[in-house]
Design a protein around this ligand. Sequence first.
Ligand code: HDE
Length: 691
Amino acid sequence: MNENQDSGDVIRGEGGELHQLPEKGKTTLTTQQGVPVSDNQNSLKAGVRGPTLMEDQILREKLFHFDHERIPERVVHARGYAAHGYFENYENLSDITCADLFQRKGEKTPVFTRFSTVAGAKGSPDLARDVRGFATKFYTKEGNWDLVGNNIPVFFIQDAMKFPDLIHAAKEAPDRAFPQAQTAHDNFWDFISLTPESMHMVMWAMSDRAIPRSFRFMEGFGVHTFLMLTKEGKASFVKFHWKPLQGLQSVAWNEALKINGMDPDFHRRDLWESIEKGDYPEWELGIQVFDETFLERFEFDVLDATKLIPEEQVPVTPVGKMVLNKNVDNFFAETEQVAFCTQNIVPGIDHSADPLLQGRNFSYLDTQLKRLGSPNFTKIPINQPKCPMHNFHQDGHMAVENPKGRVNYEPNSWEAEPNPRACPMSGFRSHSTPLEGEKVRVRSETFADHYSQARMFFNSQTPIEQAHIVDALSFELSKVAREDIRLRMLGHLRVITEKLASAVAENLGVETLPDPASPAREPIDLPPSEALSILLNSGNTFKGRKVGVLLTNKVDATLFRELEKQVKDAGASLEVVAPMRTGITDSKGKAIDVDHLVDGGPSVLFDAVAVIASKESVQALLDEKPALDFLSDAYYHCKFIAFNEAVSVLLDAVGLKQKLDAGCFDIEKASSPTEFIEACKVLRFWEREQH
Ligand code: HDE
């Protein structure tokens, strides 16, 4: 700085670049070594137009650090989003488990939950048809418990040995590196059609569970059977469930495809926005508890991760509630570096011998070392327990916390503080399960029924949901080039149910169905379970949803303000879409805040829509193709639609004037904003699809 320059000034360099000087008392830029930097825009050169000098340690450090910013993305579940919150325990559960977090009613345990898709890369779109990860780290007073689940209660395979093949087949083909983040391709269906154990999970993946409206409206499942242990060592079997208090909701497939183009961050934006607004999403944690007697009478093996236990057979008991109430401060530090490990369990919880879970317990630690580069990844704040830790581990890459003093082993005879010892009374104890048998590489024959629960799942869906499964399978298989793979899949569908197979075959134009696959064990008919349907569990509420209002200048003030009020009263939010970003007023001249231009606010971003226009300005919408798409997409995606008289020209232009149904509300003449919002509680007018 020379004497003519003041702190805070912006000065121009000789090449025309702008330099901001630090304000008085404000921070000066330094290197990692703490050396103050004088110029952050020009490298050190030999002469004004000469080559850069190798001695420029400031440039070298800056580029070096930048070059190493990325860590390997997760080999699966790379695309994800997370938030902090707490788990509140409902009751003392000491008769089932001594896990500390379940001992005191009302106790709050901090949590960090990451949601994800499985197959896509870190930058892939949120609405891919895919399973969603649902992983929660509980920072309990007796260590971290990671419940690393999915939004689907079963899995594609029964043994960890098959996992790399499953994932290779699902991800992009290695020669051409496409298609990404989707299973609609030959490799995936080739593998699946040769893997009968995957049929149950395939039904879930082809249902609307795989295109959730947002993370807030989906369930989570621990999938495997776990054990809970009391202080006295009594064991119970458990399955974990997360139930969203917001209800369940998914989108339409055509809508998902369009959301991916319009807002590939749709799910992460939704979670972030709802937390920023203070509309915190909540899930109840439920457990299904069962014992040896149940194992005797249950039709399947509880160690088989391709089977669920219907809630009608073992009810889900809510034991607590998770509230996500804080967004991360830094995505990389928290969401990217969080390292979930299935082997992170706490006293009172134990693993079962499910061969998939056993493989996971090996895999997660391994993958974290690869991703984070050092066994000290547990020292990164997001992974650190919030309870005291004392052990004799030491050194390694990036060691930041080596103990003082000479004691680094145990047992020892030194006086030192702390000098930790293992405690047989309070320490983690595994359940003493009696084990015997030969060393064998086989699958238990109790795992051999691959179709009964797939059939049960299909039969538990409402007709609308069944139609969506037919459509999804038709879409996916239509993208498979090899006919033998398509036919092999139809053979499996025939065993699940002829109804499904023939509907998909018809869509694919297959006239003669192939022979049914020959099952290892003949499927049995099981009673349907209501808990498996999304539509029967949507919660009948519009809270937390979004209405998109497409409007024009001079829109009727009373109508618009009343709609705004009704949306707010229902606990939902409203966003305005208009032909101009600023300068829109209502009929009384009061300014209306616009959120999106018509081109940037398509109806796929909203749960329900309203189109209200003034007579003099409606032409502005007629001239815009996106405004016409707004209306027709909303209609074909079965959304509830409100409109006013002036919009009839628009309805006419998109051919909907004659097709108005009970999901369409003329809120000016025939009904009111109140009736429209009341109807929105069922979320979609799916009946429209059946006409
Ligand atoms: Fe994972 N899985 N998985 N998985 N998984 C990973 O760990 C693996 C499985 C799940 O948000 C990886 O940190 C094997 C079932 C979630 O960070 C890796 C097998 C279920 C997440 C891994 C399975 C899951 C992962 C990759 C078969 C539902 C994301 C990155 C034996 C119950 C966690 C990582 C997050 C992540 C391995 C099967 C859920 C490689 C070997 C079944 C939610 O360790």
